[in-house]
Design a protein around this ligand. Structure first.
Ligand code: ZN
Length: 255
């Protein structure tokens, strides 16, 4: 069986600039995620914003089955060209796992055509994530709910398209609720948004969070991959009702 080629992309700024974050994720949160989901069926690469072409040259993007994305304070530093290429590849079949504050990333906005606005509060409060899609591949191995002792609050209303399937619904200690796991399809690609992962808390070491990300990667792997084109299709059978001007038979229908 071919391995799923996973690229975990991280802005990788907080870990370099904030000693408290560096203490939690000394090699970056992308490395913690990579170590946490490592498995025989996954071939994992790491990419970061400050690398050439934002870490996503064609050689990487075109050999990525599932892109895992974590961005926060530098969304606008991702070049529009790179974001457009990644968007195109999603439409062709690549999966995208958008984590935490990636709701404001260029790629999330392009792919889903929404503002991604929400409410937030950084109070280190408790979060309870309810699994409301127990038959979905992303929730396998997850119980009825799981809890994170400390997380940044993200609250409704979350401006995302209504055609996503809500997988997790969160309650926060301060009273807010949030659609914390939502699955979409765009073109031939699958997209999963998953809210936990504020850089100040060690939640990318949490067993359930890692399980969800690992499940999501396998769910989002390309089922069908097709480069974007719209070729003219020759007729399979002779067309007898063709109009004089080749207008697809309109004349004969109208008599
Ligand atoms: Zn955050």
């Amino acid at each position: 069986m071919d391995k799923i080629r996973v690229t975990i992309w991280n802005e990788f700024r907080h870990e370099k600039e904030d000693p408290q974050v560096a203490a939690i994720y000394p090699e970056g949160l992308h490395k913690a995620i990579a170590d946490g989901i490592a498995a025989d069926d996954l071939e994992i690469r790491l990419a970061t914003l400050d690398e050439p072409e934002n870490g996503l040259p064609d050689s990487v993007l075109n050999t990525t089955d599932v892109l895992v994305w974590w961005g926060h304070c530098a969304h606008r530093e991702v070049s529009e060209v790179v974001a457009r290429k990644a968007h195109r590849r999603i439409l062709e079949g690549m999966g995208l796992i958008a984590l935490h504050s990636s709701h404001f990333s260029r790629i999330f906005g392009m792919a889903l055509g929404c503002s991604g606005t929400l409410h937030w509060r950084e109070a280190g409060e408790k979060e309870r994530l309810w699994n409301i899609a127990p038959t979905h591949p992303i929730t396998q191995g997850i119980g009825e709910y799981f809890e994170l002792e400390h997380e940044e609050m993200y609250g409704e209303r979350f401006d995302i398209p209504d055609d996503g399937r809500t997988i997790f619904l969160s309650w926060f200690e301060g009273g807010d609720v949030f659609r914390s796991g939502v699955a979409f399809e765009r073109g031939y690609g699958r997209i999963f948004y998953f809210q936990p992962g504020h850089e100040a808390y060690p939640n990318y070491y949490d067993r359930n969070v890692l399980r969800v990300i690992g499940n999501a990667v396998r769910w989002a792997k390309p089922v069908f991959f097709r480069e974007l084109d719209a070729p003219c299709r020759p007729a399979l059978e002779p067309i007898r009702s063709r109009g004089k001007n080749g207008d697809g038979g309109r004349e004969s229908v109208l008599g």
